[in-house]
Each structure stands twice: as structure tokens, then as C-alpha cells.
Design a protein around this ligand. Structure first.
Ligand SMILES: Nc1ncnc2c1ncn2[C@@H]1O[C@H](COP(=O)(O)OP(=O)(O)OP(=O)(O)O)[C@@H](O)[C@H]1O
Ligand SMILES: [Mg+2]
Length: 387
């Protein structure tokens, strides 16, 4: 038995059930106390009782679905407030909003003594985890396990992060293929078990010994199992609904809002992402994906507070791909301390139209990035005020 708090590496064999070709048909077999642990290659490939393969001190896993009635909602250990970022439609920018919101929250003051909020990010997108890429944690190795078999978050930009992506194999395979391309091919029960372990078996106090003030949870799109589990299992404090301006996204947003209300997830408000685009050197809003009319009307119809309208910002995308979210970028115009807390002096943009040595309007590109960053900082302040 390792001493308390000693971290041990997560055994690679624990991850083998994630490789799609090795998955066997679900057998719905539940172990008895005498059953050997399910993270050896042979048993885990045929069982979905512990799909992440976390050793659990030989104790049989508890499955809420085996209890009578609905499971009781509970708090995530080591976390004071939980904020879910969600959307009815895929690809509208949930993951980008999640990481930039989390980083902007971490710049807000937690108390009068100037201490900053402790913020973490949990990526619950089992089939398409984005957090490793967006936070620059790809290939950074597996999370360590604590002596009581909880996952220790990886850290990036000062924030603890946990994602299914950290648990997938990412080293070259023997046949030379890149198994970072290996998809997760799981049935619903296995996904739900993984979601429960990511929700309740992560040591968010690791490294600091303090509870997180806020955990931002990035979710897969739609009204599926993950949203349902969050509503049924977790004491959620707020949620941010992300959409883009098109009707095709707004239609799904309405469904997502209805579902959250039905399952009792409190909705903090809505974010219109990719609301407009500002050409360099211009102050005219170009509504690439349509005007914000439908979004604003929907928010009014559904009594949804509008939290932010975030413009299309190419740098947001390129920064994400480089693992260094936009909110982390230093601004030539915004005076910041080592955190990135907004102050009353922030976001004062310089006059437009200054030209660089090459004659191009360099200033307005920077201004545009500042506009997007400022939108995230306002979003963070609004979300925190409503928690
Ligand atoms: N405001 C924005 N300006 C420019 N690009 C953006 C913006 N928001 C998101 N993107 C880009 O759009 C793409 C999709 O974003 P993201 O992965 O965050 O969406 P998602 O809703 O999490 O997708 P999924 O539903 O697949 O999880 C990414 O390439 C991202 O960089
Ligand atoms: Mg995503």
C-alpha cells in the first residue's frame, strides 16, 4: 500500500480497453468482491465495469443505476462551484469558450486580499476531447494516480485539466501507425461509467491542497447521455449555452435549453459565438453567419440572459491549435499583471487607423483580438457574479 498522497503512474495496461479493435461485446457483468480487477488486458476487454481501468483497491465499483430510484445529485469532490458549457449543436465553439472562460475566470479576484480564483477544466467529451490540444497538453503523458486511485489533473497555463484525451494511448504503435488517431468506440454504458469516473474520481485539490473555486466542464454537443448524467448526478451551479447565429444552431439551442430546464440544470445565460467579423481597418460588423436577430429573439422568448457576443477572431482559432488560448496572449493595449484580471483601465482601445511601417493597418488587427479577449473577460465576470 503506497503512503497517502503518493502518486503512482497510471498503468499502460489500464488503457488497453480504449483501443477500438480490442473492444469486445458488452456483457453487463458486474464483479463480486472476489472478482479480480478489471484493468488487466483480458478482463477489461470483456467488461465495461471499469472502462478507464482505474485500480480500485479491489472494491467493487458502485453503479448508480443499480440503486433504486433516481441517483442522488452530489457535489464533485474538491470543487466549490460547477459551470457547464453546453450547446445543442456541434462545432459552435464550446471547447474554445470553455478554455478561454476558464482562463478569464482564473484572472478574477477571489477575495479582497487579491487572491485569484482557483479554476479547473474538465473535458467530458469522450468521443472528441479537445482539451489536450487547446491547452497544449497533447503527448504530455498520462495522469498520475493518487494512493486512493484518483486521477491527478495535468496542468497548463496554471490550470488543472482533465480529459478523456489524456487517457488515450498516444505513443506510436508497433505497426508504425499513430494511435493518437484511434477512436473511442464504446457503447453507452461504458461511456457513462467513464463520465462518472471523470466526474467523481479526479483529485482537484492535487498540488494546492485547496478546493477549486470553479470547475468549468466542457461537454459534447446535444441532449444526450452526458447532459443527462450531469443533470442527474451532479450538483451543477450554472451553465453557459453556446450558439452561433444560424437558425440551424438556434433550433438546437432551444432544445438544449428545454432539456436543461427539465433535468434541473440551472442556466446562467447564453453566448453568441462567431457573432460578427471586423475586417482590418474597418469598424463595420460583417455578419458572416447571419445577424444576431434570431439569437436575441430566442433569448428574449426563453428569458435567457445574454452573457456575451464573441466575434469571429481568426487568432482565437490559431491560438487554440497552438495550445495557447487567446485569453493568454499579451495585448499591446491592455496593461495586465501576471494574472489577467480585468481592471477599470482595461480594454481602453487605442485610436483606430494607426499604420505600421509596412503601411498595413496593424493596429486594428490587434484591436480586434483585444475585442475578443475583452468579450471573454466580461463573460467570466458575468458568470462569476451569477454563481
Ligand atoms: N469566435 C471564434 N472565432 C474564430 N474561430 C472560432 C471561434 N470560436 C470557435 N472557433 C473555431 O471553430 C472551431 C470549432 O470550435 P470548438 O472545437 O471550440 O467547437 P465545439 O462546439 O467544442 O465543437 P464540438 O461540438 O465538436 O465539441 C475551432 O476550429 C475553433 O478554433
Ligand atoms: Mg468541443
Amino acid at each position: 500500500m503506497p503512503p497517502a498522497n503518493r502518486l503512482v503512474p497510471l498503468a499502460r495496461s489500464a488503457l488497453t480497453p480504449l483501443a477500438a479493435p480490442r473492444l469486445a461485446t458488452c456483457t453487463c457483468r458486474f464483479p463480486t468482491p472476489s472478482t479480480s480487477r478489471a484493468f488487466s488486458l483480458s478482463s477489461s476487454a470483456q467488461s465495461h465495469d471499469n472502462p478507464l481501468g482505474l485500480p480500485r483497491n479491489d472494491a467493487p465499483p458502485t453503479m448508480p443505476r443499480m440503486q433504486r430510484g433516481l441517483p442522488k445529485k452530489r457535489k464533485i469532490p474538491g470543487v466549490k462551484k460547477v459551470v457547464v458549457v453546453s450547446s445543442g449543436k456541434g462545432g459552435v465553439g464550446k471547447s474554445s469558450v470553455s478554455v478561454n472562460l476558464a482562463l478569464a475566470l482564473s484572472g478574477l479576484p477571489a477575495a479582497a486580499d487579491g487572491a485569484r480564483l482557483r479554476v479547473g477544466i474538465l473535458d467530458l467529451d469522450i468521443f472528441g476531447p479537445s482539451l489536450p490540444k487547446l491547452m497544449g497538453l497533447e503527448g504530455m503523458g498520462e495522469p498520475m494516480l493518487t494512493s486512493d486511485n484518483r486521477l491527478t489533473p495535468l496542468r497548463a497555463h496554471g490550470l488543472p485539466c482533465m480529459s478523456m484525451g489524456f487517457l488515450l494511448p498516444n505513443s506510436p504503435t508497433s505497426d508504425g501507425t499513430n494511435n493518437a488517431d484511434t477512436p473511442v468506440v464504446w457503447r453507452g454504458m461504458m461511456v457513462m461509467k467513464a463520465v462518472q469516473q471523470l466526474l467523481f474520481d479526479v483529485d482537484w485539490r492535487a498540488g494546492s491542497g485547496h478546493d477549486l473555486d470553479v470547475l468549468v466542464i466542457d461537454t459534447p454537443p446535444g441532449t444526450g447521455d452526458v447532459a443527462l448524467s450531469l443533470g442527474q448526478l451532479v450538483d451543477v451551479d450554472g451553465s453557459v449555452i453556446v450558439t452561433t447565429p444560424q437558425d440551424v444552431a438556434i433550433i438546437d439551442t432551444r432544445k438544449g435549453v428545454a432539456m436543461f430546464r427539465k433535468i434541473g440544470i440551472p442556466i446562467t445565460g447564453a453566448v453568441l459565438n462567431m457573432s460578427h467579423f471586423l475586417c482590418p481597418g474597418s469598424t463595420t460588423h460583417h455578419y458572416i453567419f447571419g445577424p444576431p436577430t434570431s439569437f436575441r429573439q430566442t433569448c428574449s422568448d426563453l428569458s435567457l440572459p445574454i452573457l456575451a457576443e464573441i466575434p469571429i477572431e481568426p487568432t482565437l482559432s490559431s491560438c487554440g491549435d497552438q495550445g495557447s488560448p487567446l485569453v493568454m496572449m499579451s495585448s499591446p493595449f491592455i496593461a495586465r499583471d501576471s494574472s489577467h484580471a480585468p481592471s477599470e483601465h482595461d480594454h481602453k482601445l487605442p485610436e483606430a487607423g494607426k499604420r505600421g511601417a509596412n503601411g498595413l493597418d496593424e493596429t486594428s488587427e490587434d484591436q480586434r483580438q483585444d475585442g475578443a479577449r475583452a468579450a471573454f473577460e466580461r463573460l467570466a465576470a458575468r458568470v462569476w457574479n451569477k454563481l
